[in-house]
Write a protein that binds this ligand. Structure first.
Ligand SMILES: Cc1ncc(COP(=O)(O)O)c(C=O)c1O
Length: 487
């Protein structure tokens, strides 16, 4: 294999090939970044037709493979940094995060054992210690980086379930599920992320194990309903293994009353998990950190750095208040974390994770914190929250727009309101506005529901977006609506 060795190594030939491939890719990205359109506007059918794998006997070589990726992937990718790309909790990324990816990818460390990632393991542990401090947990290193919110929520729910059964003298890890499972419940609000349902199904307890607590006018968990439902569960002989509070619901950015929920959870001896996948960014805020008061009372916390921390996908973390609960998922694999290693004090991250082979995503956050510093990181996070408030004020001045709810984090929920009270018509019109804007390639606006009626959503994470950009977008919404109404 010496002539055409495709492996990254220290040989002069490999280093030259690496530099050529990276240079060619970087150049293509630079051109792509400058593209004015948010999206080239191709349909599903057009892309299916256009994109085909070319896996030949001899191979095309790096240069041609990159050229094809530029043509068939890059050109038709969505510009997430574009001012009109504001649909989802999908952030533009930090430049330093891109540099970190170069280091992460080239070194290809794997976090499942010390001997596959020595310095990376120490960096991840130190970052977990630091994150715990930000949350207000006691000093320690119970926690791990994850692929994102869904996996972190799964870890919280799984440990809550296993701790619940352990209190009754039963080991889920050893013996699996037991007893009348229809009586086991998890509580979360009606606005909690769907990964709660999906994870409960995955854990063998099904969607029906999820009791949805009503929300108030701001999509926050309603405490009175939580109390009622807890009392009702008790009366029905049901057992609540966890309450999942959300700090930053996906649409409204609502933060449940964390301290009050924690007090109820403690009173009923129920595990409290906080899904702070979005709102966790306020840990770095200068202006809004107090929104997260009570987070420190949770038994476990989900954080997601590929949302308002502006890291590239994937990058999330799970934090566990009491390290002893990690015993519930301990597994000793002789080839990774032997007794001998543990006695010698060799760090062991695989025991804290659902994954085995795992990327060193922690480096992105580490370098981001160092590069930006406290002030700049706080500014880019706070910017979105402040902008959402300004946009909401502007929406209120527009007679054809209806503000659905006052913003709480960096999102604005609104509708285009034609002169009609037929809400089915209003819902369809708003759905079509979102579809037409994306198909034209000019903007990506979120389409979701509030109180069962379709509405539009702006998720204003991007710190380079200003009120004037949003006004341009809202003008496009209006023009699109008028075209649709005419047709
Ligand atoms: C509140 C909340 N929790 C969890 C998730 C899932 O996170 P991920 O997509 O990183 O798995 C999301 C995704 O948007 C979310 O909004």
């Amino acid at each position: 294999m010496s002539d055409v060795n495709p492996i990254l190594s220290g040989s002069a030939q490999s280093i030259a090939a690496y530099q050529d491939a990276i240079e060619q890719s970087t150049q293509a990205v630079v051109e792509w970044l400058k593209q004015p359109e948010m999206y080239q506007g191709k349909t599903v059918e057009q892309l299916r037709e256009r994109i085909n794998l070319n896996f030949t006997s001899q191979g095309l070589g790096n240069q041609a493979a990159i050229e094809r990726a530029v043509e068939y992937f890059l050109k038709d990718s969505l510009l997430v940094h574009h001012a009109q790309c504001v649909a989802h909790l999908h952030c533009p990324s930090l430049v330093i995060s891109q540099a970190a990816e170069v280091l992460i990818n080239a070194t290809n460390q794997s976090m499942d054992s010390w001997d596959q990632s020595p310095s990376a393991t120490i960096i991840e542990i130190k970052l977990i210690e630091w994150l715990r401090e930000q949350v207000g947990y006691a000093a320690g290193d119970a926690g791990v980086f994850t692929s994102g919110g869904t996996q972190s929520n799964l870890m919280g729910l799984m440990l809550a379930r296993d701790a619940f059964f352990a209190r009754q003298g039963h080991s889920i890890q050893q013996d699996g599920l037991t007893g009348d499972l229809s009586k086991i419940k998890v509580f979360c609000s009606e606005s909690a992320h769907f990964s709660v349902q999906k994870n409960m199904a995955l854990m063998g307890l099904g969607y029906r194990s999820v009791t949805q607590v009503k929300t108030d006018a701001f999509s926050r968990m309603d405490l009175a309903d939580l109390k009622d439902k807890l009392a009702q569960a008790k009366a029905n002989g049901e057992q609540v293994m966890a309450i999942v509070a959300t700090a930053g619901t996906t649409d409204a950015g609502a933060i449940d009353p964390l301290a009050d929920i924690a007090a109820l959870a403690a009173e009923h001896q129920i595990w409290m998990h906080v899904d702070a996948a979005w709102g966790g960014a306020l840990l770095l805020s200068e202006k809004y950190r107090d929104f997260l008061n009570g987070l420190e009372l949770a038994d476990s916390v989900t954080l997601d750095f590929h949302k308002q921390f502006f890291q590239t996908i994937s990058c999330g973390a799970f934090l566990l208040k009491d390290a002893r609960h990690y015993e519930l998922m301990r597994y000793q694999a002789a080839y990774l974390n032997s007794d001998f290693d543990e006695e010698a004090g060799v760090p062991n991250l695989v025991s804290k994770s659902l994954q085995t082979t795992r990327r060193f995503d922690a480096l992105k956050l580490w370098m981001g914190l160092e590069a930006l510093g406290k002030k700049q990181y706080a500014e880019i996070i706070d910017n979105g929250v402040t902008l959402a408030r300004d946009v909401a004020e502007f929406v209120k001045t527009q007679p054809h727009l209806e503000l659905v709810m006052e913003p709480q984090l960096a999102s604005v929920l609104f509708r285009f309101r034609p002169q009609s009270d037929d809400m089915a018509f209003v819902a369809l019109l708003n759905q079509r506005i979102g579809d037409v804007l994306l198909a034209s390639g000019s903007a990506n606006v979120g389409v979701t529901e509030a109180d069962g009626v379709t509405c539009l959503k702006l998720t204003l994470l991007n710190p380079t977006v200003c009120l004037e950009d949003v006004k341009v977008l809202l003008a496009s919404v209006k023009a699109t609506a008028e075209q649709l109404l005419k047709a």
